[in-house]
Design a binder for this molecule. Structure first.
Ligand code: URA
Length: 205
């Protein structure tokens, strides 16, 4: 791992994760970003959702899933009766990766090496929260959680045991819905995410 100058000697709490992340230089994404965005939620949540990385809004506000994809995720959770406050929500990568275009900042997918550099933090969050069920929203989350590449289509629809005893459930990232122009296609993709989250919530008890 790279330089984490101000990192607490040991990471023993979610607060330590937040403090450590501020000083993380394990990959270059910290530099153009406004701030690192740690996960949020109860420190003993039985269900953890893992996204890809903060977006523009998340980078500015310092909270995960508060932008358009987050609103959609919260809407889906509301529809299936899953209380957002009961769930720990985080990302595979804790800094926003973007290219500037005029005044806008355009999201860039993180590379495998960036996800791997950030796994240290995701694994600490998993160790500390000890969720029963972890949902990967998209392929970056799959890599962050398992350390291996995997596709949503190959892993979706089954419950995968993880080494730490938790169960992994895989679904699409809600931002995929935002890119769909066909309403029927979007509706069925949204229903599929809702189904996956429902199974995850049931497995988490
Ligand atoms: N997309 C993500 O993957 N994470 C966020 O926090 C916001 C959007």
């Amino acid at each position: 791992q790279a330089v984490r100058d101000e990192t607490p000697e040991a990471i023993n709490s979610l607060d330590d994760v937040g403090t450590g992340l501020k000083a993380c230089r394990a990959c270059p994404l910290w530099q153009p970003a406004t701030q690192a965005v740690a996960g949020r939620g109860p420190n003993s949540a039985s269900l953890m959702l893992v996204g890809e990385q903060p977006g523009d809004r998340e980078d500015l506000e310092g909270k995960p899933f508060v932008g358009p994809a987050g609103q959609l995720l919260r809407q889906i959770m509301g529809e299936i009766g899953l209380a957002v406050d009961d769930v720990y929500i985080t990302n595979a990568v804790k800094h926003f990766k973007f290219t500037p275009r005029g005044k806008r900042r355009i999201h860039q997918n993180p590379r495998a090496g960036e996800i791997d550099a950030c796994r240290f933090w995701l694994q600490k969050e998993i160790e500390l929260v000890k969720p029963k069920v972890i949902v990967a929203l998209g392929a970056s989350a799959i890599r962050g959680i398992t350390g291996k590449s995997g596709s949503v289509s190959a892993l979706r629809g089954a419950v995968h045991p993880l080494e730490n005893g938790a169960k992994l459930i895989v679904t699409n990232h809600p931002s995929a819905l935002l890119r769909m122009n066909n309403p029927a296609q979007r509706q069925s993709a949204q229903a599929a995410i809702a189904d996956d989250l429902t199974r995850a919530a049931m497995a988490a008890g």
